[in-house]
Design a protein around this ligand. Structure first.
Ligand code: NAD
Length: 250
C-alpha cells in the first residue's frame, strides 16, 4: 500500500524520542511536514529535525509542556504562523508514575492525568478548530493496553489512558461531521525508555504472555499511526486498536 501524505502538516507531541520519534520519522518519510513537540529533549528534537531536513523533507521543533494551556496555545500559534494549517495531530506525549494504589500520592495521580489526558484535551481543542476550517483532519491518540487491562501499580496511568480512550470516542462523535477522524492506538510493551523498568523487573513473565513472543518496536506503533493519518483510513473513526503482539487477548 502506498501511503502519500505529501504537504500535510503533522504535529507529534513528545515527538523527539521513543514512539513519538518513530511517528515523526514515518510521517515525514511519507511526505508530511512535521512539527516535533518536545518538553525537555531539546538536543534529540534538534537532531531529529536535522535528520529529516537532510532527507529533503520539512520539519520544525517547538518546546511546550502540553499539560500547560499557555504553552499549548503558543505551540499552536506557532503552527498557524509557520504553516497556516494542521492536518494530523498525534497525541503521543505521555508519562508514567507507578505506585501501588494505597501508596499513591495525589501529585502522582494528578501529574499522570495532566500529561496523558489533560494534554490531549488541550491539543485537540486547538487542533480541532484548525482542522474544522479545512473540514478535514486526523487525530490519533496514543493510549495503552493499560486502558483495557488492569496493571499493578498503574491505577493512575490506567485511569488516564482509559479516559483518553473514552475521550477519543466522544471526540469522534462530535468531530465526524466536520470531516475529522479520531482514533486511539493502544501499544502493549514497546521497546522504549518508558517500559525499561517494567521489562527489567518482569520481562520474562511478560514475554511469556505475548503470543508474538517479542516486545514491540516503536515502528510497530508508528506504522499504524501512519495508516490512520492517511486517507486510507478515511472511514475509520472512534476506534481503539491495540498494537501489542496479542498481549491484551492472552
Ligand atoms: P518515552 O518516555 O520515550 O516518550 C514520551 C515522550 O513524551 C517523551 O518525548 C517526553 O519528553 C514526552 N513528554 C512527557 N511529558 C511531556 C509534556 N508534559 N509535554 C510534552 N511532551 C512530554 O515513552 P514512549 O514509550 O515513547 O511513549 C509514547 C507514548 O506511548 C506515551 O503516551 C505512552 O504512554 C504510550 N505507551 C507506551 C508504551 C510502551 O511500552 N513504551 C506502552 C503503552 C503506551
Amino acid at each position: 500500500m502506498n501511503i502519500d501524505i505529501t504537504n500535510k502538516v503533522a504535529l507529534v507531541t513528545g515527538g523527539a524520542r521513543g514512539i513519538g520519534r518513530e511517528c515523526s520519522l514515518l510521517l515525514s518519510k511519507a511526505g508530511a511536514k512535521v512539527v516535533i513537540n518536545y518538553s525537555r529533549a531539546k538536543e534529540k528534537a534538534e537532531d531529529l529535525r536535522d535528520d529529516i531536513i537532510r532527507d529533503g523533507k520539512e520539519a520544525d521543533i517547538f518546546k511546550a509542556d502540553i499539560s500547560k494551556p499557555d504553552e499549548v496555545e503558543k505551540l499552536f500559534e506557532h503552527i498557524k504562523k509557520s504553516f497556516g494549517r494542521l492536518d494530523i495531530l498525534v497525541n503521543n506525549a505521555g508519562i508514567i508514575k507507578d505506585n501501588l494504589l494505597l501508596a499513591m500520592s495525589l501529585a502522582e495521580w494528578d501529574k499522570v492525568h495532566d500529561v496523558n489526558l489533560r494534554g490531549a484535551f488541550l491539543c485537540i481543542k486547538q487542533a480541532g478548530e484548525m482542522m474544522m476550517a479545512n473540514h478535514s483532519g486526523k487525530i490519533i491518540n496514543i493510549s495503552s493496553i493499560g486502558a483495557i487491562k488492569g496493571g499493578r501499580g498503574q491505577t493512575n496511568y490506567a485511569s488516564a489512558k482509559g479516559g483518553l480512550l473514552s475521550f477519543t470516542r466522544a471526540c469522534a462523535v462530535e468531530l465526524g461531521a466536520k470531516g475529522i477522524q479520531v482514533n486511539a492506538v493502544l501499544p502493549g510493551m514497546i521497546m522504549t525508555a518508558m517500559s525499561e523498568r517494567v521489562r527489567k523487573r518482569a520481562g520474562a513473565e511478560i514475554l511469556e504472555r505475548i503470543p508474538m513472543g517479542r516486545y514491540g518496536e516503536p515502528s510497530d506503533v508508528a506504522n499504524l499511526v501512519l495508516f490512520l493519518a492517511s486517507d486510507k483510513a478515511d472511514y475509520i473513526t472512534g476506534q481503539a486498536i491495540p498494537v501489542d503482539g496479542g498481549l491484551s487477548i492472552s
